[in-house]
Design a protein around this ligand. Structure first.
Ligand SMILES: [Zn+2]
Length: 256
């Protein structure tokens, strides 16, 4: 029986039997894992709190045939504030769903783990506006997963140019003035108009530490342009519809 210790964040769970849960945990050392928390739904269980979503704990695990089993957990951070506000909770749910989509079972990605941990931390401390944090998180997550938007060279001719009027989701980046023709862009899926200010803001969001995301003012027009581009970019490259994003939209529309 191999026993290991790792930090992890619960992404989601399903109930099992009378009192157990199967947790999906993004760990620091083992990538995404599925782990059984036995008895954790009993009120006096020592695993009660560490089996809730978004909770960050250090786990002692042993690997069974199909699942890991949690023998011990010490909570590092509950990110309690996230649960006090429906909009905040919706963002956290979307962050977790995205992390789940790009992580693999048993393949470690410490960068992804740290990105999620920091995003949940800043979401709970309210130091960075939620919408801005979300843009930064989504871009950084795509970068870590091998889909960094290309903002330095034209996606068609590969040249480094002075201006890029378009962004092609399918080509994964900007398109230069010369290639901005119906012929070059045909069959290249979603094409967005993009301004120089948006390109600069995208570069900023990609390169700045999460803790410093609010050190640059991004105006509403640029913010909305980035939001539309990222949404199409993620949907196209991850080829998945995120239920939590639909829910987040509904919450925002209701003016919650
Ligand atoms: Zn070009």
């Amino acid at each position: 029986m191999s026993i290991s210790k790792t930090e992890g964040i619960v992404l989601k769970y399903t109930d099992l039997g009378e009192a157990d849960k199967i947790l999906t945990i993004l760990t620091r050392d083992n990538g995404k894992i599925k782990a059984i928390a036995k008895g954790c739904r009993k009120p006096r269980s020592s695993l009660l709190s560490s089996s809730e979503v978004f909770v960050f704990s250090e786990y002692v695990l042993y690997k069974g045939k199909n699942f890991y089993h949690i023998t011990q957990a010490v909570i590092r951070e509950t990110f309690y504030n996230i649960r006090k506000d429906l909009l905040r909770l919706s963002y956290a749910t979307y962050f977790a769903e995205l992390a789940e989509a790009v992580s693999d079972e048993g393949i470690p990605s410490e960068r992804l783990f740290l990105l999620l941990a920091k995003a949940l931390y800043y979401l709970s401390t309210e130091k960075i506006p939620m919408g801005l944090l979300s843009l930064g998180y989504q871009l950084k997550l795509m970068d870590i997963s091998g889909y960094r938007p290309n903002l330095q060279r034209c996606g068609v001719c590969r040249k480094s140019c002075r201006e890029y009027p378009k962004f092609s989701v399918e080509l994964g980046g900007v398109v230069c003035e010369e290639c901005n023709t119906d012929e070059s862009l045909r069959n290249n899926g979603d094409i967005f108009k993009i301004s120089q200010g948006t390109i600069e803001a995208l570069n900023f969001l990609l390169n700045i530490e999460i803790s410093r995301l609010n050190t640059k003012k991004i105006d509403n027009t640029i913010f909305n342009e980035i939001e539309r581009i990222i949404r199409a970019f993620i949907q196209s490259h991850l080829d998945k519809r995120f239920k939590s994003l639909d829910f987040l939209d509904a919450i925002k529309d209701s003016g919650f």
